[in-house]
Design a protein around this ligand. Structure first.
Ligand code: PEP
Ligand code: MN
Length: 295
C-alpha cells in the first residue's frame, strides 16, 4: 500500500476531523438531506438575496431541476465597500419563505460572531466565507450554534489550514462540518480563482468530513461552471455549491458567474453520468494515505 508520509505529518494534529480506522465518515443531516452519505448534493441559488420574486422564483427553479439546498447571501462580504451588501434580516426572512414554499433547506453566510444566533434561527446550514476562514472568534461561536457549518477554504489557505479551522469548530462543540473548495488565488488571471481539484481527494483521504466544490467562485465565468462541476463529481466530491439567478445580467452580485435557470437545468441533466463515476474512486483513497505513519 502506498503511504504519504508528508500527509501523515501535515494533517496528524486535526484529530477531531481526521479520517481514521476508528471513525466512520461524517454524514451531515439537514432535514431530509444527507451530505456525505453517498448521494451527490447540490446547493444552488443566487449569490445574494435581492427580492422576494428573485429568491422564490430561483428556489422553485432549482428545486425542479433537482437541487436539494437553496443558497443565498443575506449578509454579503464584498470586495468593494460600495457594492451591494445584502438585505440582512429581510433576506433571511425571504429565505425562510422560500424554504416554506419549496421544502429546500437553506444555506447562507454568517460574517460576524454577533450575527450567529440570529442567522441560526433562519438557516439550516451556516456558511463561512473564504474571507472568514481564519476568523477564529466566529469559528468558536459556530461551535455552539446548533447548526451544521459549511466551511469555505480561504483563498490563500493551504488544506492543513482549512482543516485547522474545521478542528476549531469541532473543538468548540460542533462536529457537523462540510468543507468547500472554492478556488484559490494563484498567478493565473484567466479564471477568477484556480480550482484546486486535487483538494477533493486529498481532503477525502485525510479527513472524515464531507467535501463539496463551488465551481462558480472558482471559475468567475458561467461558461466554465458546468465543466468544473463535472470535474468535481468525477473526483468524488459530495456535492456542489452553485450560483443561479433568474436574470444573471441584472444580478447585484456575481452575475457573470451565475447560471440562468435553463443553464442550471442543463447542467444538472448532464451531470448525472459523471456523478455515477465518483463513488468508484472511494476505493482509491485508502491507497493514498495510511493514518499513523512514520513521520
Ligand atoms: C459566496 O458564496 O457568495 C461567497 C461570497 O463565496 P466566497 O466566500 O467563496 O467568496
Ligand atoms: Mn458570490
Amino acid at each position: 500500500m502506498t503511504t504519504n508520509s508528508q500527509w501523515n505529518g501535515q494533517f496528524s494534529c486535526f484529530d477531531l476531523v481526521a479520517k481514521t480506522d476508528e471513525c466512520s465518515r461524517t454524514i451531515v443531516h439537514v432535514g431530509e438531506v444527507a451530505i456525505g452519505g453517498g448521494r451527490f448534493v447540490v446547493m444552488a441559488g443566487p449569490c445574494a438575496v435581492e427580492s422576494e420574486r428573485q429568491i422564490l422564483d430561483t428556489a422553485e427553479a432549482v428545486a425542479a431541476a433537482g437541487a436539494h439546498v437553496l443558497r443565498g447571501g443575506a449578509y454579503k462580504p464584498r470586495s468593494s465597500p460600495y457594492s451591494f451588501q445584502g438585505l440582512g434580516l429581510e433576506g433571511l426572512k425571504l429565505l425562510a419563505k422560500a424554504r416554506e414554499q419549496t421544502g429546500l433547506a437553506i444555506v447562507t453566510e454568517v460574517m460576524s460572531e454577533e450575527d450567529v444566533a440570529l442567522i441560526a434561527e433562519y438557516a439550516d446550514i451556516m456558511q463561512v466565507g473564504t474571507r472568514s476562514m481564519e476568523n477564529y472568534s466566529l469559528l468558536e461561536a459556530l461551535g455552539q450554534c446548533g447548526r451544521p457549518v459549511l466551511l469555505k477554504r480561504g483563498m490563500t489557505a493551504r488544506l492543513d489550514e482549512l482543516l485547522r479551522s474545521a478542528q476549531i469548530i469541532a473543538a468548540a462543540g460542533n462536529p457537523e462540518i462540510i468543507l468547500c473548495e472554492r478556488g484559490i488565488r494563484t498567478f493565473e488571471t484567466a479564471t477568477r480563482n484556480t480550482l484546486d481539484i486535487a483538494a477533493v481527494p486529498v481532503l477525502k483521504t485525510v479527513s472524515r468530513l464531507p467535501v463539496i466544490v463551488d465551481p462558480s467562485h472558482a471559475a468567475g465565468v458561467r461558461a466554465l461552471v458546468p465543466v468544473l462541476a463535472r470535474a468535481a463529481a468525477v473526483v468524488g466530491a459530495d456535492g456542489l455549491l452553485v450560483e443561479v439567478h433568474p436574470t444573471p445580467e441584472k444580478a447585484l452580485s456575481d452575475g457573470v458567474q451565475s447560471l440562468d435557470f435553463d443553464e442550471f437545468e442543463e447542467m444538472m441533466r448532464d451531470l448525472q453520468r459523471y456523478i455515477a463515476i465518483g463513488p468508484f474512486l472511494e476505493d482509491v483513497y485508502p491507497e493514498l494515505f495510511v493514518a499513523g505513519g512514520d513521520d
